[in-house]
Design a protein around this ligand. Structure first.
Ligand SMILES: Cc1cc2nc3c(=O)[nH]c(=O)nc-3n(C[C@H](O)[C@H](O)[C@H](O)COP(=O)(O)OP(=O)(O)OC[C@H]3O[C@@H](n4cnc5c(N)ncnc54)[C@H](O)[C@@H]3O)c2cc1C
Length: 397
């Protein structure tokens, strides 16, 4: 391949910037990043932990400058057969290899839940972008001890409840499920976190939100049990879905080398990528794992161009964590409900997640060292660990 081989990377968040940095080490190729015009790439994990509460200004969350040229535009559509993409500005670019690292978008509240007046008030928001963080911050700055309703108690909702409470907000954490967070944390961790929520913030679990109205200058949130909760700010935290330009418009299915299963010379990494292993599909939307996927996709591209050996199949093992009230949740690998979850220890809670005799994930609450100690054993046989365990509890879907 010649020096003019064109490698494009769409997006420069966790996965995209890691891919670019990996590619940039090879002088013989010239990757280009396509970065949305509106804002410099930033560290999304700081949105709720620092920018929303004013600990950091928005610009302080920006990522370091990329070591390669970038085009400030959004990708409108990709034509994988022609190997071209069209930018919002109308320009067209050809590529020899394309890495899609466009991340995810937050799930919306159900249609017709939010009145136009509530939407226009600036008091209803997701917490996914820097703009969202600044919306939250504006309410915090103009209201003393604001009442904040957070709807959804997965990773972001649960973590943000504690952060905003510590920042002086009166937080109500609401969710349609009686024990929220099962899909994010698994049932055992979610059970313990539910207790922690109940003693730390107001909770309203087990009832779905039906309506959000603006009444004078406050929000009224109505639930299926008839209760109406008044708030100065409502944060929707219902999880994320993969985000990508046409023709995918969502998840991009990849193989173990992060190559698109459907289109040649297309790779995907991070929140947009959906993987398949042992007949189950999975997606990991966490910062370090997205970085690892981005670097892996870059190595796959390099190998396809003859600049590197083929990488091993991608096996997730990056650690991620969330501080939720007084608890620290730490996990690595695949922890979703696709196999068998066993408690190696209940105090502190340490869980192994197995599939087809392999340890594919580990997680725990207030058990950071125990979880970290298991990371090197990820993707090896789970049997020796379990025979050492005398009284495992199981959580099999
Ligand atoms: C509030 C919050 C807190 C979080 N906290 C943590 C945490 O503590 N720990 C953790 O591990 N994870 C955390 N996460 C998750 C983590 O931020 C994501 O998993 C990670 O950012 C995913 O990386 P990514 O590269 O796939 O996507 P992103 O980092 O979102 O990057 C995607 C990039 O693609 C760009 N893009 C999208 N579409 C286009 C297009 N059409 N054209 C051009 N560019 C495009 C976007 O502008 C963006 O720059 C948090 C997420 C949120 C929202």
């Amino acid at each position: 391949m010649s020096r003019s081989t064109r490698i494009l990377v769409i997006g420069a968040g966790a996965a995209g910037s890691a891919a670019i940095r990996e590619l940039a080490q090879h002088e013989e190729i010239s990757p280009t990043a396509i970065i949305e015009t509106e804002v410099a790439p930033y560290n999304r994990t700081l949105i709720n932990k620092a920018v929303a509460t004013g600990l950091l200004d928005a610009y302080q969350a920006h990522l370091p400058a990329l070591p390669v040229p970038s085009i400030r535009d959004s990708v409108h559509a990709v034509d994988p057969l022609e190997q071209t993409l069209r930018l919002r500005s109308g320009a067209r670019l050809d590529y020899d290899a394309l890495i899609v690292a466009t991340g995810s978008a937050p799930h919306s509240l159900p249609p017709n839940t939010t009145s136009p007046a509530a939407l226009d008030s600036g008091r209803v928001t997701h917490l996914h972008s820097l703009d969202d963080a600044l919306r939250v911050r504006a309410v915090l700055e103009r209201t003393r001890s604001p009442r904040v309703l957070i709807y959804g108690a997965g990773m972001i909702g649960a973590e943000t409840a504690g952060i905003l409470r510590d920042a002086g907000c009166r937080v109500t954490l609401a969710a349609s499920s009686p024990i929220p967070g099962v899909s994010a944390f698994g049932s055992q961790v979610a059970g313990q976190l539910s207790q922690a929520h109940r003693v730390t913030v107001d909770t309203h679990f087990g009832h779905a939100l039906t309506r959000l109205d603006l009444v004078e200058s406050e929000l009224h949130a109505a639930f299926t049990d008839g209760r109406v909760i008044a708030a100065d700010l409502a944060i929707s935290a219902l999880g994320t879905r993969p985000l990508s330009p046409s023709p995918w418009g969502g998840a991009i299915a990849v193989d173990s080398r992060l190559r698109s299963r459907d289109h040649e010379n297309v790779y995907a990494a991070g929140g947009v990528a959906v993987h398949e292993t042992d007949g189950t599909t999975w997606r990991i939307d966490h910062w370090s794992d997205a970085e690892a996927q981005g670097a892996h996709a870059a190595r796959s591209v390099l190998s396809s161009l003859g600049h590197a050996d083929a990488p091993e199949p991608y096996r997730p093992c990056a650690l991620y964590s969330a501080q939720i009230h007084q608890h620290l949740y730490v996990a690595a690998g695949r922890t979703g409900r696709f196999g068998t979850t066993r408690a190696l220890s209940t105090s502190p809670l340490v869980l192994t997640h197995g599939r087809a005799d392999r340890l594919v994930g580990v997680s725990g609450l207030d058990a950071g060292p125990d979880v970290m100690a298991l990371v090197p054993r990820l993707h090896t046989s789970i049997t020796p660990m379990l025979t050492a365990e005398s009284n495992p509890s199981t959580d099999t879907p």
